[in-house]
Design a protein around this ligand. Structure first.
Ligand code: BGC
Length: 935
């Protein structure tokens, strides 16, 4: 029980009072300044100056900067105009919100007249602070609309001609091109483009855009992304040329579980590579030109002889068509393209693109005992190698890619299953050649190089890391180097698996959008990167691929459809991604829009669960993955874990119901909220009757059974502590975790929530198998799929399922941010509008700290414990506030920036509660210091 012991007597409790106090010049006081706040970092749908957006009601966000504490926005004004003159100075505004009394500074829906396809809109904001002082107008920012309706597309789908039936098969990547004339005086030019298969676009001999693997991967039958590029500077008055190279990618496949039946793949011989492209040119005189994909285009084949997502790429530089996308190129031998009748109804504006990031150089190049020449990039990474080579025409260099070396130090690829991950480059000769694959990516740390002419040096091999272009938003660091490496591994697991979709793994013949993996990892992912747009796109695919009866596929895009005649969908903890991920996005980004758009899908999923559960509310008898790959699974020779699948399914049914209830409340759907509240009660009662004993034992007493029951609040109040005690006992007795994909993510959260912090820290810092740090000690640089991917005796787990880059167990990152560093979202005021700063030191750590770039700005919390003295530095961004808990503190003993608490600007209330001090703080940087337990 929490007891309020003593209230801090602050001279004044209101904000204004706190500010007045500061003016007295007390130690620690920040002088009141009349400086107005500044408005910065304007974003539209969470992007800076996006071009080609598809939302008809973009959501506007900004951040406030100030050197004062306790800054709150009291009003705002947004203006939007069509010209690039500062909108605030223009009479021809599209929208002027007027002065709106509100503290809302993120996710504000545009409220003006309908937005036009292809139009760029400029906008500015000013705000008033809590004293009523106005800021200056922000710098102008913009967004630009994409093509909003099918009718905007005048282009036709085009394809290279079908080879004659008797012609030898040619898998070479097609090249498509055309030339065109433009007038002088180009003001702006945009190209809108997509493909069936992947495309790389060139204009006048230069590559368009920095994106790779475009147009990305969506549920192609229902939603196909197009990209928008500003190509103004690439065009000239006079003759121009445009060209695209097409590759198979995810569209032609095969993509799926090749180990299983051939039906479980998207490989479809009837599919064709196609291009859809529209170039809009606007001249200074206001006139326009449009160049489209049509029958004026010509086709040939290029140097990419073969490519595949799993297979790799074969490239013959002798077959390059030099200058093929320039106007002067002689294309008279090229064939006419065919116009096809593919649909333009499913086109959607692109979400976050895939781009290049780090470049890694080998840390060593060596020969393995088996004689392979291998470069070690020092990091299990995802992307490809940029090869530099000089040699005779016709020489072929082969690059193979692997995550690990085996026990004997040899190149090990058995765990890739049927994915070859092999790149072959044939030289054209005559100088230094540089090559990067176009339509394939690999998961690897080691590269085996064969056929390299001359001496290979570290400069010849560069690892190009590619992933979705998402800003990194999180940092976490402690006094324990192994835990820091764990955070590094979590982040690299995220980079490598947030490419086109949130994937299980990036290397073997799978790389699919497994719903369960994404579900458990989503909160950690949202600390580390701004994943709002990335998940929003994927959730649209999830909803698109959801069955009419509400069943959610196991993987999204749903390339599995059926396995052994059973629909590949509807598994607890996996398909619950439909409810859990939108809710997590709402919490992290205050994104109510995602709840609105996904609400139908969320409800349908719960109704599906309800139908499967039937009248007794116990969801039993269906196929479940269960607590996939738990500690016992290896010994039991199964992947399914040892916690009852029916218990897990019923627990998730309850949890998803509860999330839909909460979502209904946020969306103001009171009737639905009541309906799902009643359903939640019914499921809980059934769960307790069926799975919970009088002493609080849950199911068979596995850690996962306790974790789910407690984390989802399924137990009656009186049984919660006893159940948590039983869980803690289990942990103490076994001395380690026994959980799999579903129990692991929230194990430490449940332990610390019920005051078993010591057990939580013990599990986190354990280095023997099974534990999070065991792989770290083995030299892992990413998170492993299995606790014993490499066994203590150095041998590998079953090669049929042994990825070394699977982020699921990295879900512990959430606990590290929330409990160790102490940055927690308040579900009642999400998006960090109200932050809970509540670090819980332990485990022998002398320091832990984290920061997160929230929608409002940087939130940070870092503590140091030295000789019984605790220091805590925190940062709370303007227009937010925090409840700060100082563990082991007494009010009188706490100093803030060197002065007593009562004089600290921005602190509006304080009290002692249990053995902590709890403070209410406005925005600002604070430095607390106190002797633990001192009076
Ligand atoms: C994947 C997992 C996935 C699982 C389903 C595996 O093959 O790699 O991460 O969630 O299947 O249980």
């Amino acid at each position: 029980m929490r007891s309020i012991v003593r209230l801090l007597r602050l001279a004044s409790v209101g904000l204004a009072g706190a500010v007045l106090l500061c003016a007295c010049g007390m130690p620690g006081a920040v002088k009141e300044s009349r400086t107005p706040v500044r408005v910065v970092n304007l974003r539209v749908d969470s992007d800076e100056n996006p071009v080609g957006i598809g939302t008809r009601t973009p959501r506007l966000s900004w951040q406030i900067q100030s050197d004062r504490r306790a800054v709150v926005q009291s009003a705002y004004q947004v203006v939007v105009a069509r010209s690039d003159q500062p909108p605030a100075q223009r009479a021809d505004r599209v929208w002027d919100s007027g002065k709106v009394v509100s503290d809302r500074s993120i996710e504000l829906p545009y409220g003006g007249p309908s937005l036009r396809s292809g139009q760029r809109y400029f906008w500015q904001v000013r705000v008033w602070d809590e004293r009523g002082i106005a800021s200056s107008w922000s710098a102008a920012a913009y967004w630009e609309m994409g093509l909003l309706s099918t009718g905007d597309w005048r282009a036709s789908w085009i394809a290279p001609p079908q080879p004659a039936a008797e012609a030898p098969p040619d898998d070479a990547a097609p090249l498509l091109r055309r030339t065109f004339r433009l007038k002088r005086g180009i003001r702006s030019a945009r190209v809108y483009v997509t493909s069936h298969g992947l495309y790389e676009l060139q204009i006048n001999g230069r590559r368009v855009g920095g994106e790779v693997l475009t147009p990305g991967w969506t549920s192609y039958d229902r939603r196909l992304q197009y990209q928008t590029y500003d190509v103004t500077r690439m065009l000239v008055g006079g003759r121009n040329a445009i060209g695209a190279m097409l590759g198979d990618g995810w569209y032609i496949g095969p993509i799926g579980l090749q180990a299983l039946a051939a039906t479980n793949t998207t490989a479809d011989p009837g599919k064709r590579l196609e291009l859809l492209l529209q170039l809009h040119v606007t001249y200074l005189d206001g006139s326009e030109d449009t160049i489209v994909s049509d029958d004026a285009w010509k086709a040939s084949t290029g140097p990419v002889l073969r490519s595949g997502i799993y297979a790799g790429e074969t490239y013959d530089a002798r077959r390059e068509r030099t200058g093929w996308s320039t106007p002067g190129y002689d294309d008279h031998g090229w064939s006419a393209v065919e116009i096809t009748s593919s649909s333009k109804d499913d086109l959607v504006a692109s979400g976050p693109p895939i781009t290049r990031h780090e470049e890694l150089r080998p840390v060593r190049i060596f020969k393995t005992p088996a004689g392979d020449t291998v470069a070690d990039l020092g990091q299990n990474m995802v992307g490809w190698v940029r090869l530099r080579v000089r040699g005779k025409a016709g020489t072929t260099v082969t690059l193979r890619h692997a995550e690990v070396l085996d026990h004997a130090g040899n190149f090990y690829t058995a765990n890739l299953r049927k994915a070859r991950q092999e790149v072959r480059y044939t030289l054209k000769g005559g100088g230094v050649e540089t090559y990067e694959p176009h339509f394939a990516y690999q998961g690897f740390r080691y590269v085996a190089i064969a056929g390299y002419p001359g001496r290979l040096t570290a400069g010849d091999i560069t690892g190009i890391v590619v992933h979705a272009d998402l800003p990194t938003t999180g940092e976490f660091e402690t006094s324990n180097a192994l835990v820091n490496q764990l955070q590094h591994n979590i982040l690299w697991g995220q980079k490598g698996n947030f490419v086109a979709v949130p994937s299980d793994c990036p290397q073997r013949d799978e790389r699919l959008g497994w719903t369960g993996d994404a579900e458990v990892f989503s909160p950690t992912a949202a600390f580390n990167m701004d994943v709002d747009g990335f998940f929003t796109r994927w959730l649209a695919d999830l909803a698109a691929d959801q069955d009419p009866n509400g069943r959610v596929p196991w993987v999204v895009p749903d390339v599995l459809h059926r396995i052994a005649d059973q629909p590949a969908g509807g598994a607890a903890g996996w398909s619950d991604a439909a409810t859990i991920i939108p809710w997590n996005l709402y919490l992290a980004f205050a994104d109510t829009h995602i709840l609105q758009v996904q609400y139908g899908s969320m409800r349908r999923w719960v109704e599906y669960e309800r139908a499967r559960a039937g009248d007794d509310y116990i969801w039993d008898g269906d196929f479940q993955f269960g607590d996939w790959l738990d500690f016992f699974s290896t010994a039991l020779h199964t992947s399914f874990g040892s916690t009852s699948p029916d218990l897990i399914a019923t627990a998730y049914f309850a949890h998803s119901t509860d999330i839909v209830r909460r979502t209904a409340l946020v969306l103001g759907r009171q009737e639905d909220a009541a309906r799902y509240a009643a359903l939640f009660e019914n499921i809980k009662n059934a769960f307790n009757r069926k799975f919970v004993a009088a002493d609080g034992r849950v199911g068979e007493g596995t850690q996962t059974a306790y974790v789910l029951a407690l984390d989802f609040d399924l137990l009656p109040e009186r049984l919660r502590k006893p159940a948590a005690e039983l869980l803690a006992q289990n942990v103490r007795q076994t001395g380690h975790l026994t959980t799999g994909f579903l129990g692991t993510p929230r194990l430490l959260t449940v332990l610390s929530r019920y005051d078993h912090l010591a057990e939580a820290y013990m599990l986190l810092t354990r280095t023997e198998f099974p534990s999070w740090l065991y792989p770290v000690v083995q030299g892992a640089t990413t998170i492993w799929e299995r606790w014993d991917g490499i066994k203590p005796d150095g041998t590998f787990e079953d090669e049929g399922m042994n990825s070394f880059n699977h982020y699921a167990y990295g879900a512990v990152g959430e606990w590290m941010y929330e409990v160790m560093a102490g940055i927690r979202i308040d579900p009642d005021d999400p998006g960090y509008k109200h932050v809970l700063i509540e670090p819980q030191p332990g485990g022998g750590f002398s320091h832990a700290g984290a920061s997160h770039q929230s929608p409002y700005g940087r939130v940070a919390s870092g503590w140091t414990l030295r000789a019984g003295t605790m220091s805590l530095d925190i940062e709370i961004p303007p227009n937010t506030r925090a409840t700060v808990t100082l563990p082991g503190a007494k009010l009188a003993a706490v100093r803030e920036s060197g002065g007593p608490l009562a004089h600290a600007a921005g602190i509006t209330a304080g009290r002692e509660e249990d053995s902590s001090v709890v403070l209410e703080a406005g925005s600002g940087n604070y430095h607390f210091r106190y002797a633990l337990g001192a009076h």
